[in-house]
Design a protein around this ligand. Structure first.
Ligand code: NAD
Length: 474
């Protein structure tokens, strides 16, 4: 597969970049070059931001119902292109094909439909005593996104931004930009007014920073690492921009002491799945499994069996559950973490700190046990298929460990007593908590407590991020 790409998508048309430099995109399973995109320049950002600014007034004045219809239309268009988009995600991220179809592309479609549906019921205007409360679009949005869910991370932002009446300049990850190019193709096909969506690919320190400092960008919506999130906050301070940040995580699944053997045997593989989804390259991955100390042995046995079913392999095959890591650098970082974990005293239940023979940036599914809550692997985001099992003594200690990192994006609680599970879930300092394996809900808020960021995505909660609230005194 070789994806031939155009340059920038600006003002409703494909446009040449001012830069002649290109970013090469590799297939992480084969290490072959599969395409390239421009390494955009600050001049490209200026052109795109001007287009977004010109389009803003007309788009903001469009009836919210009309805007929602267009967002629904985009969702339908992505559904029509689901196979093509899936192939691109598999090729540039290495997500196994079956997972990519629903969790990558399917989720992107859900994002758009939830945003459009929320716009229908949104209180755009409401009376308050002698005032009229009015919700208006925040303006021109710079959206900067990572590589791990290259469609969903963009659709989570643009669905809500479009529905709110904002115009957008997207800068996708330079590691996986081809999906964003394909998304621009779908947007082009549905006839969104020119300038409402613009795409400038390129490197973060060039294109991303140009967006974050741009005086004509009203808001930056960022998903990515904590280091870059902090840099964006600094840069955006110069123009007092609104910033929403979706950053890293170190989520805990707490398996309480009242589970029957059967329930325990269900919770452990569920947690392994929630850790290894997309090769562990998910911000909400449940990377810490907290178990009662007297069940550590049973947890290890169950986790080993579940993990070893994740045989690394060709992501285009429908039977593959674990693809490659996205880059060689990412693989090496993960293996280093496994090494550090072992050096700091963890027990290796399964997996390895060595890479399997290439080609491809593969990592063995790994489970570490008897991990200290303060160990590096229990504190830092690894972003790979590495589960840390941590024993606890009692509910209070479990909660202290679960809440004992700088992150707070997601989590899980398992208990035989649903009321107890809810009570513990309420005390977890994180946004999306699965209770006894509760299903994902695309309309529910997603985002971070603590250093996992600020701002929420999903349904009406995502829409709120992109509106200014004002009042007319009547
Ligand atoms: P990253 O921070 O390296 O890059 C994210 C984006 O920021 C990319 O587009 C990159 O080009 C850009 N960027 C880099 N330097 C920049 C700069 N100086 N100024 C402006 N933009 C810059 O993250 P990544 O490696 O692509 O993604 C992995 C990280 O994303 C993980 O930490 C993960 O937890 C996080 N993530 C968070 C969520 C969430 O919803 N909270 C979701 C997915 C991923």
């Amino acid at each position: 597969m070789h994806v031939v790409t155009f340059d920038l998508y600006v003002d409703g048309a494909w446009t040449a970049s001012a830069s002649t430099e290109r970013v090469e995109v590799l297939n992480p399973a084969t290490e072959e070059r599969i395409g390239d995109v421009p390494a955009g320049s600050p001049a490209d950002v200026d052109v795109a931001v001007s287009a977004a600014r010109r389009a803003l007034e007309g788009w903001a004045a469009t009836d919210p119902g009309e805007r929602a219809k267009i967002v629904f239309r985009l969702a339908d268009e992505l559904e029509r292109r689901q196979d093509e988009l899936t192939d691109i995600v598999v090729a540039e991220v290495g997500t196994p094909r079956r997972t990519a179809r629903w969790a990558q592309v399917g989720l992107g479609i859900v994002d758009l439909r939830e945003a459009a549906a929320a716009a229908a019921d949104f209180p755009w205007e409401e009376p308050l005593r002698n005032s009229l409360i009015v919700r208006e679009p925040v303006g021109v949005v710079g959206a900067i996104t990572p590589w791990n869910y290259p469609l969903h991370q963009i659709t989570a932002k643009i669905g809500a931004a479009f529905a709110a009446g904002c115009t957008v300049v997207v800068k996708a990850s330079e590691v996986a930009p081809l999906t964003a190019q394909a998304l621009a193709g779908a947007i082009d096909a549905i006839g969104l007014p020119p300038g409402v969506f613009n795409l400038v690919n390129g490197y973060g320190p060039i294109v991303g920073e140009a967006l974050a400092v741009h005086p004509d960008v009203d808001m930056v919506s960022f998903t990515g690492s904590n280091a870059v999130g902090k840099r964006i906050l600094e840069l955006a301070a110069g123009t007092v921009k609104r910033v929403s940040l979706e950053l890293g995580g170190k989520s805990a699944a707490v398996l309480l002491d009242d589970l029957s053997d059967e329930e325990f045997a269900k919770a452990v593989p569920h947690t392994v799945r929630a850790c290894y989804m997309n090769g562990g390259q998910s911000c909400n991955a449940q990377t810490r499994m907290l178990v009662p100390r007297d069940r550590l042995g049973a947890a290890e046995e169950l986790a080993k069996a579940a993990a070893e079913a994740y045989v690394p392999g060709d992501p285009t095959a429908d039977t593959t559950k674990l693809g490659p890591m996205v880059t060689g650098a990412q693989r090496d970082k993960i293996l280093n973490y496994v090494r550090t974990g072992l050096e700091e005293g963890a027990k290796l239940v399964t997996g390895s700190s060595e890479a399997p023979a290439g080609p491809g940036f593969f990592v063995a599914p790994t489970v570490l046990s008897d991990v200290a809550p303060t160990a590096t692997v229990a504190q830092e985001e690894i972003f790979g298929p590495v589960l840390s099992i941590i024993p606890f003594d009692g509910e209070e200690e479990a909660l202290a460990i679960a809440n004992g990192t700088i992150y707070g994006i997601a989590g899980a609680v398992w208990s035989a007593d649903p009321a107890r599970a809810r009570r513990v879930a309420r005390r977890m300092r994180a946004t999306q908590i699965e209770v006894n394996g509760g299903r994902f809900n695309g309309a529910a808020p997603f985002g971070g407590f603590k250093q996992s960021g600020h701002g929420r995505e999903g349904g009406a909660f995502g829409l709120e991020e992109f509106v200014e609230i004002k009042s007319l005194q009547l």
